[in-house]
Each structure stands twice: as C-alpha cells, then as structure tokens.
Design a protein around this ligand. Structure first.
Ligand SMILES: Nc1nc2c(c(=O)[nH]1)N[C@H]1C(S)=C(S)[C@@H](COP(=O)(O)O)O[C@H]1N2
Ligand SMILES: [Mo]
Length: 368
C-alpha cells in the first residue's frame, strides 16, 4: 500500500490522471513523465508510453467547441479560427519523433539544474492537423513578418513567465509544420495539448507548443523569456562546468544525431547463443545514414541493419545480432551517423542547460 498523501501517492494520482501509469514520474507538479527504455521498442510509441513534459499545470478542462485560435500581428487581417474551421483546411499527417532538448540531462557531469531525464523523454507518433502555413494565409502575413510567436493556455506556476515560443517564418511556412488536433489517430489527449498544438518537426520538443491559443506574427525576435533566455546552447564548445556568456549562446534549431538501444535491457542476464540488439536512431530532419554497433567497448564496430518504416522526421529502427559462445560481460555500444556525416560523439558536449545529450548509447549485459 502506498501511504495516502505521500509523494508516491501523488505521483500515482498524477500518472493516472494522464494515463502514464507505466512511465517514470520525474515531477508530479508540473507533470513530467518519461518512458522506461523497454517501452520504446516500437516504431510508433503508443500514447500511454509517450513522455509528457509540462513546465506548468496542465489545463484539462478545455472546451473544443469554444476554442478559438487567434492569428494577429504582422498580418493583413487578424482572424480567429474555431477548431471546426481548422479541420476544414487540408489535413496532413506527419510521422515524427518528438524529443525534449533535456533528454539525457541526468548524465551530464557536472550536473545541471532541470528535470533529470534519463533516456525516455522521446517518442514517435503520427500527428494530424492543418498546415501552419494555411492558417497563416487566412490572415495574410505581411512582408514584414519574420517570426511566428506561439501562445498557449497553460498558466505559470508562481512567477514563472508564460510559455511563449517562436518559430522563424521559413519553418512556420514549411508544408510539414502543422497545427495538430490528432495523435495516433485519436484526438490529442489533454496532457499532450488538447484541442490544438503546434508540431514543428525535427526541432526539439519545446517548439511544439501545446494548448495553442494564438499565433502572433512578429517583425523581430520575441522577447519572451523562453525565446530570449531559455533554450539556448553555446555557439562554441565549452569545458564542463564553465560559465557561458549570454552573447555566446544561440537558440537550438534541430535535434542532434542520436541512437537508443531498446533491447537487450541494461543489466540483462542472457543465455549464451545469438544475442539480438535493436533500437532506434534519429537526427531531427536529417536521415540516418548508418548505425554501427560495438560489442567490445568501442574497439571494433560493425554496421547494424536499418529496417522498417522510413519517414522524414521519424526515428529509424536498427537491428544487429552476434554470437556469444562463452560466459562474458559485454558493453554494447550504438553509434549513429546521419546523411550529412554528423556522427554521435563518444562523450556529449557539456552545456549549461544540459541539452542535446547524444553520446553513444551503451548497454551492459552478462552472458551466462
Ligand atoms: N504550452 C506548452 N507547450 C509545451 C510545453 C509546455 O510546458 N507548455 N512543453 C514543451 C516541451 S519542453 C516539450 S519537450 C514538449 C513535450 O510534448 P509532450 O508532453 O506531448 O510529450 O511540449 C512542449 N510544448
Ligand atoms: Mo522539452
């Protein structure tokens, strides 16, 4: 029995509220859940295995019929669109891997503040919605429009600034950038942004604003805290623990090349014979060119097979197998290379916010 009122009971209640009972609670309020790696072993991540990241309390009482998306700023005619009107625009389905910029933060040394995500703040789903470009065209963006600011319905905890983000005009107008009302064929669940969220494919999760209420076209950069100060990464390599001047930080644009071994499980004890290794590799909007596996702590590498569905913004499955004839301990490593030649590093580049942790994935197994 979990004691009533204890932090465990609170985590349980919060997990039930969002259907995340099988996930790991990293924070109860706001709700932050990540998947145990074993639950990420399918190309499409079911909603109940999909991580949930919120900076603020989740608005769960939203009324779709009363919802309005306002489009204003540098436009010819400000408009307000209902969900029904948005659903009348051509529907597009994008299969995309969504990953929190801070996924893997728990592994940085020295440690950095923020949710201590390990490997599971990532997932792949099919999102259906209208193109952001089609919505913007209804208002008519003027030639002065440079960025699209996105506003949301969630309310800050205490004196935290509201979650306002921006996307550059070219990305906003990209035909793959959508305002989604469905996830894996169902209405977007409350925790994931019901009734409407932006999906900015290939870029880190924080661009994909949930509970979207307004698009505000700007002729400059947004002065929102989450644009001007948050989600920034050093423009040059820095030593672990170094202080970085704000002038040497720039917004994150896109995910880093990365791989995740989903089987075997870390610490598994396996009978001798054929050992099956599998997982996923992704690099934002860049294709995966290859994944190499090492079973000898990185001394030698062999190519894995790339298998299964291929979609522009989605992770790609890799498979590999090797014969383990004698009882031994193996450190299995995976190293992805993308189509631009970017390779996962052996050691992630430390940065003050703990973003884009992407070093080789590693799993230790014991063959009996
Ligand atoms: N309105 C709003 N949108 C948001 C957030 C938030 O706190 N509020 N979190 C962002 C972050 S940091 C991530 S990683 C993704 C997570 O999306 P998910 O919870 O659907 O997995 O949503 C983004 N959109
Ligand atoms: Mo995130």
């Amino acid at each position: 029995m979990v004691p009533a009122g204890s932090v465990f009971a609170q985590a349980q209640t919060s997990a039930q509220r969002f259907g995340k009972e099988k996930l790991i609670a990293r924070s109860v309020r706001p709700p932050d859940f990540e998947a145990p790696v074993a639950l990420l072993d399918s190309f499409i991540t079911p909603v109940e295995h999909f991580y949930l990241r919120s900076h603020m309390t989740v608005p769960t009482q939203l009324n779709e019929a009363a919802w309005a998306l306002k489009v204003g700023g540098e436009v010819d005619t400000p408009v307000s669109l209902s969900i029904a009107e948005i659903k009348q625009l051509p529907a597009v389905t994008i299969t995309m891997t969504l990953e929190c910029a801070g996924n893997g933060r728990a592994f940085f040394d020295p440690p950095v503040a923020g949710i201590q995500w390990e490997k599971g703040a990532v997932g792949t789903a099919r999102f259906t919605g209208a193109r952001m470009a089609d919505v913007l065209k209804r208002a008519g963006v003027t030639s002065t429009g440079r960025n699209v600011e996105m506003h949301a319905a969630d309310r800050p905890l205490g004196n935290m600034p509201a979650f306002v983000r921006q996307v550059p005009m070219a990305k906003a107008m990209d035909p793959d950038t959508i305002l989604a009302y469905a996830m894996n064929g169902q209405p977007i669940p409350a925790g994931h942004g019901f009734p409407l969220r932006a999906m900015i494919p290939g870029w880190e999760g924080a661009y994909s604003v949930k509970w979207l209420t307004a698009l505000n076209v700007l002729d400059k950069d947004s002065d929102s805290f989450w644009v001007a100060t948050g989600y920034r990464y050093p423009t040059k390599r820095v030593a672990p623990g170094a202080a970085v001047d704000a002038r040497d930080m720039a917004p994150l644009l896109g995910l880093a090349v990365k791989s995740l071994i989903t089987q075997p499980a870390e610490g598994a004890s396996l009978p001798g014979g054929n050992i099956a290794v599998a997982g996923f590799a992704w690099a934002g909007d860049v294709d995966i060119a290859k994944v190499d596996i090492s079973i000898d702590s990185g001394v030698t590498w062999q190519p894995a097979r790339l298998v299964g569905e291929q979609a522009k913004y989605a992770w790609r499955r890799f498979e590999y197998s090797f014969a383990a004839s004698k009882p031994e301990s193996y450190l299995i490593l995976s190293r992805a290379t993308d189509a631009k030649g970017n390779v996962q590093p052996a050691v992630s580049h430390w940065n003050p916010s703990g973003y884009l942790w992407n070093q080789y994935d590693a799993v230790r197994v014991e063959v009996k």
